[in-house]
Design a protein around this ligand. Sequence first.
Ligand code: NAD
Length: 349
Amino acid sequence: MKHKIAIVGFGGMAGWHYDEIQTIENLEIAGIWDIKEKQRNHAADMGLHVYEGLEDLLADKTTDLVLIATPNDVHKPVAIAAMRAGKNVISEKPVTLSSADLQEMIDVSEETGRFLTVHQNRRWDEDFMTVKKILEEGKLGELFRLESRVHGSRGIPGDWRQEKEHGGGMILDWGVHLLDQLLLLFADVPLYSVYATVTHVTNQLVDDGFYTELVFENGVSAMVEVGTSNFVSLPRWYVLGTDGTAVIEDWQLNGKIVRASGVDEKDVMPVITAAGLTKTMAPRRDDSIFTEPLPEVKSDVREFYYNVMAVLEGREESLIRLPQVMRVMKLMEAIGRSAETGEVIKLRL
Ligand code: NAD
């Protein structure tokens, strides 16, 4: 079955969707609408149909799907208008700016019977899929600590991402990806507490980075950090289990797993430093550990669209479930509250 998609907001990310859709059978672009003339002309130059406005786009009976790739504050009103006009909706991330706003969108989805989903494409990033596989295979023994970071060094891009009213800031921009990934790893384990700080190194209006410590009810702790003034990047993932440690350095998947071989290590040679000696912090003897490459994973981000089409045809359940999206939204709110008050937020999420 063929699906036609109409795109609202034809900026940077819409270009990415355009390229993706060209490679997907049974999906084609019906047309676009953007408030900027420059972007409309750009689309027309690419041979795309340009609607006369949002109403014109929503009145197009040939489309069953609307993709919203506008700044974050515009997702909700367009999504609601689209669902009321009988369209199914893919919203770019973050779906909206608050859990109350998301609830309104979910209510309209239920009331109209239209499908609402969110482009959480980084579920298909290979670094995340690798961590998931390591944990599923139980390679590290019992997990007790996980760290997930992304670091840039140029501050926030100088567009709407710097403006609070448009849903700017790094919690909403990158946090939404990293927290979505993390919570998927703890799908059945309630989150117990949240502590967070934000940075304002380059920007006073919105956070240009954040750090959060999460504790789950099973005692596992996790750290998520987004930085935009980091000229030296720390590893993308650092995963600690009782029998081993995994590190994924970057998106090129440099990294390794180091595991205990089971050989006894009673006779540890102390490390002598300039000012003392330590056995506790001495490195492992070579025969007591072994190093493995990271497991291989295969990713195809087009699965997102294949799944959307399958949902519309009644063949599959949505991979991106709205309760998951709501959980992430509530966590981002708790991060904001903790950063503002300096307090640990206790919750059962
Ligand atoms: P952008 O500024 O490049 O593009 C946004 C476009 O929306 C602009 O062309 C603007 O004119 C248009 N627009 C603004 N208000 C509009 C309205 N009311 N109606 C129609 N068009 C309107 O921004 P971007 O980088 O493309 O980001 C767009 C969305 O995509 C954001 O929600 C962002 O978070 C998301 N995004 C997602 C990813 C991802 O990996 N999933 C990556 C980048 C951006």
